[in-house]
Design a protein around this ligand. Structure first.
Ligand code: TXA
Ligand code: MG
Length: 334
């Protein structure tokens, strides 16, 4: 396939063209407030199969169904009364995905054969416009190759998938910058399957007690929870505590990912600061962009300072640790 055209997501003609691609069974990369998605008509199993091929994603890893309204969500999922409605009212449109029992309308390929389906209503106006114009829900994972970092700009998508999609909509940098929080409503208590753009604290306020899925080692319920996800090509080490020897040695080219202004640490070939003022929202929005930039420099290794583990910091540290684990487990990932 040739390189995909990149079109302005705020141009109604581009949206119309993208909608036609979706209706024809094609693939469109589109912006959301969390990360860019790789979308196909959720009701078309052949189109959905193309998503897995393009990403080289295992068919065992289910996709999120994106809708433009809560009423549409009910076509695909059976939402328990009460708390689900509260959650949709409070957090939709936005970075919260709900896992509920699926309806017959969802083809098995979307859910990898599970009886449950993950559904969310994104907040980016172009995503909502595309879903509305296509007239169908979009099955969409993040628009990156399987196991690698999620894209937060159209350029990130083009770098990884340009020859594997039909069209890329450019809607600017994703404002949240980290994937949606995935919350399962299939148990007595809501269970967080993936930390993301909606904080556990905010969920707790609406849904009461919220549990989170068992730690790594158990069978992952959301494969985004695999320890080796979100890998950079350059090995990354997260400095959980003072780690002697982490500083660059002479002749070594090391990149630093700092939360706030790190002063002037010596010897680093490149430094990215997530949020000079220490704002976790800004840090989340900058996370993948900074990692992509450092990764492109082809340095010997990367070092990341930790961020405070509260609010969005929980999701940021989750991604950084998985990124680091990815390299430890498969040193030759390509
Ligand atoms: O913010 C986001 O959620 C982005 C944007 C594009 O919407 N999407 C995204 O999709 O991150 P993806 O495919 O990269 O991650 C979706 C995660 C996967 O880890 C998948 O295993 C999990 O959702 N998932 C999907 N359906 C599920 C289900 N029925 N039960 C449990 N986990 C599920
Ligand atoms: Mg992903």
């Amino acid at each position: 396939m040739a390189h995909a055209a990149i079109m302005d997501a705020f141009d109604p003609q581009a949206i119309a063209q993208a909608a036609a691609v979706i209706r024809g069974g094609g693939l469109v990369a589109f912006p959301t407030e969390t990360v860019y998605g790789l979308g196909a008509d959720a009701a078309n199993p052949v189109a959905v199969a193309r998503i897995f091929e393009a990403k080289r994603r295992p068919y065992l890893d289910p996709l999120i169904v994106h809708v433009a309204a809560p009423e549409e969500a009910r076509l695909y999922g059976n939402f328990p009364e009460g708390v689900a409605e509260e959650l949709m009212r409070k957090f939709w449109p936005g970075p919260l995905t709900l896992v509920v029992p699926r309806t017959w309308r969802v083809p098995p390929i979307v859910t990898a054969g599970l009886d449950t389906v993950a559904i969310r209503m994104p907040r980016h106006p172009a995503a909502l416009a595309l879903i509305a114009a296509a007239g169908c829900a979009l099955a969409a994972p993040s628009a990156n190759l399987f196991g690698f970092m999620s894209p937060t700009t159209a350029r990130h998508v083009a770098d990884q998938l340009s020859e594997r999609v039909d069209l890329i909509l450019d809607g600017g940098s994703s404002s949240v910058g980290i994937e949606s929080t995935i919350l399962a409503l299939t148990d007595i208590r809501p269970v967080i399957l993936r930390f993301g753009g909606t904080t556990p604290e905010a969920l707790h306020e609406v849904a009461g007690e919220v549990a989170w899925a068992a730690a790594a080692g158990d069978r992952p319920q959301a494969p985004g929870q695999l320890p080796s996800h979100y890998a950079t090509r350059t090995p990354l080490q997260v400095l959980e505590a003072a780690a002697p020897g982490a500083e660059p040695r002479s002749g070594e080219r090391v990149g630093l990912l700092a939360y706030m202004d790190p002063g002037a640490p010596e010897g680093y070939a490149a430094i990215e600061v997530l949020s000079p003022s220490g704002d976790l929202r800004i840090a989340a929005a900058n996370l993948f962009g900074a990692l992509h930039r450092l990764d492109r420099l082809q340095l010997d290794r990367l070092v990341a300072y930790p961020v405070p583990e509260q609010g969005l910091g929980i999701a940021i540290m989750d991604r950084l640790r998985r990124c680091a684990a990815g390299r430890e487990r498969s040193g030759t990932r390509s």
